[in-house]
Design a protein around this ligand. Structure first.
Ligand SMILES: [Zn+2]
Length: 299
């Protein structure tokens, strides 16, 4: 692996990993036509539709006859943007997603010890303030996330909602666009040799997935309680309502610590048996960051 202080040369912007999440699809297509706003000096920025077949069908999941295609596509992505774990891999990938949950403009991190990415997120959060920019850390010993973007040295997910599947909302698209813009600005400043002092960011670390109450046949018997709906990132305490059965019975949260639910009522997660995910608030710290001196003399 190259040093964390090496110049950023190549950045991928992924859209359409899930074909019905339209902000990323539309932005990537736009940037392929006119990339002026994503160009930065000395950096190759590549907008890329990761799953054109899913985009065509406007779906989030592979159709059975498409599985060989999806496997081939993953190999192609690894060939173009990887190979994963090698020096040749892209430095940074922003993977653009939408959610039906009220998550706002969220950044998803996979690694709690990646100083470069933590510094970048710190920069993006400051640039967006007072608009909140929650950060979800999906590093977890048993919940395995195999993301396409993880071929890059620094993989970053961008998850913006609420937006229905197959729909494009201007406010949601704008939030996504700003996160990418500030991320690329950070890359430019870093490449110019700007020094970033040590920093700390607050993140929501994934704890576990919570399913809907179900009957013996596996059918859902309760839905998200109205008091939990749209309350992503808000504290959930023992006794707070979680679900509402069709009989009107409230199913409360039982737990001795306060948690922060997110991905509440995400449409794509019904089939994954997930009503929301529980997170805990933690802090991540990054060391001082600066392009190495030897890199500053080259261009
Ligand atoms: Zn998605």
């Amino acid at each position: 692996m190259s040093s964390p202080c090496a110049r950023v040369r190549r950045v991928g912007l992924f859209g359409g990993t899930h074909g019905n999440e339209l902000s990323g699809v539309l932005l990537v297509r736009h940037w392929q036509q006119d990339g002026a706003e994503i160009q930065r000096p000395g950096v190759e920025v590549k907008p890329f539709l990761t799953n054109p077949r899913a985009v065509e069908r406007c779906t989030s999941r592979p159709v059975v006859e498409d599985i060989p295609y999806e496997v081939r596509r993953a190999q192609e992505i690894n060939h173009i943007f990887g190979p994963k774990g090698s020096d040749d891999a892209y430095d940074l990938i922003f993977d653009l997603h939408n959610t039906t949950s009220n998550m706002g403009g969220t950044i998803i991190l996979e690694n709690s010890r990646d100083d470069f990415t933590i510094q970048m997120v710190h920069y993006i959060k400051n640039a967006l303030a007072p608009e909140p920019c929650p950060v979800l850390l999906i590093e977890h010993p048993s919940l395995k996330y195999a993301t396409t973007r993880s071929v890059a040295k620094h993989p970053v997910g961008v998850e913006v909602g609420p937006q229905p599947q197959g729909v494009a909302r201007a406010d949601v698209l704008d939030k996504m666009r700003k996160i990418v813009k500030h991320g690329l600005d950070f890359v430019q400043l870093f490449n110019e040799g700007k020094e970033f002092p040590p920093c700390t960011i607050e993140v929501f670390k994934i704890m576990e997935k919570v399913d809907y109450p179900r009957n013996k046949n596996g059918e859902i018997t309760a839905i998200i309680h109205p008091k939990l709906q749209d309350q992503d990132w808000q504290p959930l305490k023992n006794g707070d309502p979680l679900f509402l059965t069709l009989d009107g019975e409230v199913v409360p949260y039982q737990g001795n610590c306060t948690v922060y639910p997110t991905f509440i009522n995400e449409a794509a997660y019904y089939e994954k048996k997930q009503a929301f995910v529980k997170t805990e608030k933690i802090k991540l710290t990054a060391k001082h960051l600066r392009l190495s001196v030897s890199e500053q003399s080259t261009s």
